[in-house]
Design a protein around this ligand. Structure first.
Ligand SMILES: Nc1ncnc2c1ncn2[C@@H]1O[C@H](COP(=O)(O)OP(=O)(O)OP(=O)(O)O)[C@@H](O)[C@H]1O
Ligand SMILES: [Mg+2]
Length: 406
């Protein structure tokens, strides 16, 4: 299994684990809430019974006992009579009075019937009332109650908990992936530097050997030696690319069309004659480019396009721009097998490949070179399976006279 698939597997596994934890926590809290709500109702019923006994009995001891029970209730409650008048209140704001008389007799209480009305409406919505028959008065009263503050908090608890966990995980993930990214960058830059360094010496000796051979065999125009020279030059370009990665490359202003055309001309003679190349667009647009690295970008894109075309097909490169945003576009369109919409981002991940001999590194390196070294962007602009694909590179237009962009 390649690292890309492994990473994907881990992601799904962790996601499934997180869902199990979230649901487990929700279900367990629900179970607790149900139990506490049941016990609160029982207590409200006991309270109602004790109230009834208060009215129905004249035994002093029993009165004390029922008063104690009555006062031990933790849920807020309101008792009303058959007409709906409030008779008794428990566990609500003690600075407010539900009867004018109560307020008049006290300095701290304020008559506020609206407060009790809204509390009663809320209680009516929450729980069914408990009936209380008062034989001595020949009346029936009703006890309404609402969840205790503890229960209210418990109902909210899993959502608060899950939000905090989600924020924590997000922060941890961001910190972890950015540290991993900088680690990867260091490895990649280190490897590139080392490769360039190691290639340097044998390449210069090979060049010297070739010159010696030419002299020794008096073979200035020998085709074999010329081919050898070509290959060594190619090796030099490769080493140069790696050395550019190792150190922050300098960007120079170039006409994009000309740079791309040079590379396309070099590339097209090296692939099958069944693939046609076409270039269109504005020749005046300029952008900051590092040619060895930018050629590498083009090489990866064009190689992929060639691989995607099975047999006969064509590759079209269009250089365009956006006047308002001051951008230059390079669109590489092929008539190849296409990419599914769901894979538009995935193709840039290291290790993702659909080719038997592919490493899945081409596009991830390309993205680095465009984003990190050219301050640009690259994405799949369009693709249809079986029809073809367009990759777009966006660079900053360095020409000040925006007229250059048509
Ligand atoms: N123009 C394209 N048309 C269709 N599919 C493409 C195109 N370019 C890339 N892909 C898909 O994206 C995958 C990843 O491309 P990438 O260049 O990163 O790796 P690769 O070409 O498979 O291997 P290598 O490391 O040799 O470049 C390819 O295997 C292919 O499935
Ligand atoms: Mg590739």
């Amino acid at each position: 299994m390649n690292p890309y698939q492994q990473k994907k597997r881990w992601k799904y596994f962790l996601l499934a684990f997180a869902v199990v934890i979230a649901f487990g926590s929700l279900f367990y809290t629900r179970y607790l809430v149900k139990n506490i709500a049941r016990s609160e109702r029982t207590r409200a019923q006991v309270w109602a019974m004790s109230m009834r006994q208060l009215f129905n009995s004249d035994d002093d001891d029993f009165l004390q006992f029922t008063t104690a029970v009555r006062d031990s209730l933790t849920v807020p409650a309101i008792v009303i009579d058959e007409k709906g008048d409030i008779k008794y209140v428990r566990g609500l704001d003690t600075t407010k009075a539900f009867m004018k008389l109560q307020a008049e007799g006290s300095k701290t209480k304020k008559y506020d019937p609206e407060y009790f009305k809204s509390e009663l409406d809320y209680m009516k919505k929450q729980h069914a009332p408990i009936n209380m028959k008062l034989k001595m008065l020949g009346e029936q009263w009703f006890v309404y109650y609402k969840d205790s503050p503890l229960l209210q908090q418990l109902r909210l608890f899993p959502y608060v908990q899950l939000t905090i966990i989600a924020i924590f995980l997000l922060m941890a993930y961001t910190a972890f992936s950015s540290s991993r990214k900088s680690e990867q960058d260091q490895v990649w830059v280190g490897l590139a530097k080392e490769t360039a360094h190691q290639l340097g010496t044998p390449i210069s000796s090979l060049m010297a050997w070739i010159e010696l051979m030419k002299e020794k065999f008096n073979a200035q125009d020998d085709t074999l030696i010329a081919e050898m020279e070509n290959d060594v030059q190619r090796l030099e370009i490769v080493a140069d690319r790696f050395s550019k990665i190792g150190s922050k490359p300098v960007l120079e202003e170039h006409a994009v069309y000309a740079v791309v055309k040079d590379f396309v001309d070099y590339f097209k003679v090296r692939v099958s004659k069944n693939i046609g190349f076409e270039m269109t667009g504005n020749p005046h647009l300029k952008a900051g480019l590092n040619i060895p690295l930018f050629d590498w970008v083009l090489e990866n894109l064009l190689k992929n396009a060639v691989n995607a075309i099975d047999g006969k097909g064509s590759i079209h490169i269009e250089i365009g721009g956006n006047k308002v945003k001051n951008q230059v576009f390079i669109d590489v369109t092929d008539t190849g097998k296409g990419i599914q919409r769901s894979k538009f981002d995935t193709v840039f991940q290291p290790g993702y490949t659909t080719r038997k001999r592919g490493w899945g590194l081409g596009l991830s390196l390309t993205k680095r070179m465009v984003e990190n070294y050219h301050n640009g962007q690259i994405f799949v602009k369009d693709s249809e399976v079986g029809k073809g694909t367009t990759f777009r590179i966006v660079l900053k237009n360095t020409r000040n006279d925006k007229q250059a962009i048509s």
